[in-house]
Design a binder for this molecule. Structure first.
Ligand SMILES: NC(=O)c1ccc[n+]([C@@H]2O[C@H](COP(=O)([O-])OP(=O)(O)OC[C@H]3O[C@@H](n4cnc5c(N)ncnc54)[C@H](O)[C@@H]3O)[C@@H](O)[C@H]2O)c1
Length: 384
């Protein structure tokens, strides 16, 4: 393979960021895009001088691609992923993997049968300091794990007239805050601990049971246009989740899209026998290490401060902050490097479809728990 030939499906907010990440990888080349909007196809194809197609089928038919990125709204994930896998292309899909656990399981089986590299863009784990934390924990330096506490809170859905496709359960899914941002919390914490979440007890909240839907409302946009309708809201604005990991560690998570002043505020704290680690997405170059009997530490990201394995995931010297875009680039790059070196069947630093499918089970378990008011076993979907 001379250069990895890439196609992108869906060129909205995150699709644009994937395209920028691809441009940073010399061994890859964006060759085609598709979107449901004709105007967007034309605009993006012209801007990047690539072929624009009307559908994923047409793109797969006409182009000789190695990798396809699926950056469509959640309801389209299964449809597009299935087409890409059946065409034997390597697949990099946005989170959440699918609409529910049943779709996730089918995709996992299909990916295994087709024998192609597969990744889900659970990008927060690709921050260098998160990879470093993972290595510290896996090396046993922190000792036994006690507690995990995580919150991911935003305010872009705070007002009654904030609207987006995620509010429509047919497009965004029956879960909103948990699927949209809880999926990141679950993945990053599972990755650091190296343990799965096996049971949850969740309470879900809707603060605006009716929202105003506007013509031009879209992801993170303040543009509204004319009022289309008053829409009943069925998926959650926020949730509080107790969780149990497979080694018995207790977890406590909060997700919210209605918390004023918090933009993309993801915070994680891991309490261990010998120390604690705390990391915040909006200050992603710092890792707080807490001690009981010696001074606390703040570790600033730089290659020399990281485990030899985690050094691969940083590019800039200390004091030159790396951020959200860099973690996304690291995720896409790690995926491509695993294709180029044919190592994608081994343990990967990025999340695979199998991991994305487990997260779908956690989301479904949270929904069941919210309805039934009790602990739910993630594997079976039944009461614990
Ligand atoms: N990993 C992250 O941090 C992150 C951040 C934002 C969004 N996402 C995920 O990315 C996905 C897209 O979200 P977004 O915020 O970019 O949404 P968006 O609305 O900004 O973009 C979606 C794009 O897909 C296009 N589209 C819709 N239906 C399509 C179809 N059938 N075929 C091709 N294109 C289609 C739309 O025209 C639009 O251009 C979602 O699954 C979301 O959960 C992930």
């Amino acid at each position: 393979m001379e250069k990895i030939r890439v196609g992108v499906v869906g060129t909205g907010f995150i699709g644009g960021k994937h395209i920028e990440a691809i441009a940073r990888i010399p061994q890859a080349e964006l060759v085609a895009i598709t979107d449901s909007s004709a105007a967007r196809i034309q605009e993006v194809a012209e801007r990047y001088q690539v072929h624009g197609y009307q559908s994923v089928e047409e793109m797969l038919d006409r182009e000789s691609l190695d990798v396809v990125h699926n950056c469509t709204p959640t309801s389209m994930h299964y449809f597009v992923n299935e087409k890409v896998l059946l065409a034997h292309k390597h697949l990099y899909c946005e989170k959440p993997l699918a609409l529910d656990a049943a779709e996730g399981e089918k995709l996992q089986q299909l990916a295994e049968r087709q024998g192609v590299a597969n990744g889900v863009n659970l990008n927060y784990r690709m921050n260098a300091l998160v990879q470093h934390m993972h290595d510290l924990v896996q090396d046993g330096q922190a000792g036994r794990s006690f507690l995990v506490t995580g919150s991911y809170i935003q305010d872009w859905m705070m007002m009654q007239d904030d609207y987006d496709w995620r509010l429509d359960p047919k497009v965004g899914g029956v879960s909103r805050a948990i699927a949209d941002i809880g999926s990141h919390l679950f993945d990053t914490c599972q990755f650091v601990l190296g343990k799965r979440i096996t049971a949850v007890n969740a309470h879900l909240t809707v603060v605006h049971p009716i929202r105003c839907q506007y013509e031009k409302a879209q992801t993170f946009s303040k543009e509204k246009g004319r009022l289309l309708r008053e829409a009943p809201v069925v998926n959650e604005d926020a949730a509080s989740i107790m969780a149990r990991f497979e080694d018995g560690t207790e977890g406590l998570f909060q997700v919210s899209q209605i918390s004023a002043g918090h933009k993309n505020d993801m915070r994680l704290r891991f309490d261990f026998e010998r120390c604690s680690y705390e990391w915040r997405q909006e200050e992603s170059n710092l890792l707080y290490i807490g001690h009981r009997d010696e001074p606390n530490q703040i570790l600033q990201r730089e290659a020399a401060a990281l485990s030899p394995r985690a050094r691969r995931f940083t590019g800039l010297p200390a004091g030159h902050p790396e951020g959200w875009n860099d973690a996304l680039y690291q995720a896409v790059n790690a995926f491509y490097q695993s294709i180029l070196t044919d190592t994608w069947r081994q343990e990967t630093p990025y999340a695979t479809i199998a991991e994305g499918a487990w997260i779908m089970k956690i989301i479904d378990a949270c929904l069941a728990s919210g309805k039934q008011g009790r602990w739910i076993d993630v594997a079976t979907g039944g009461a614990v």
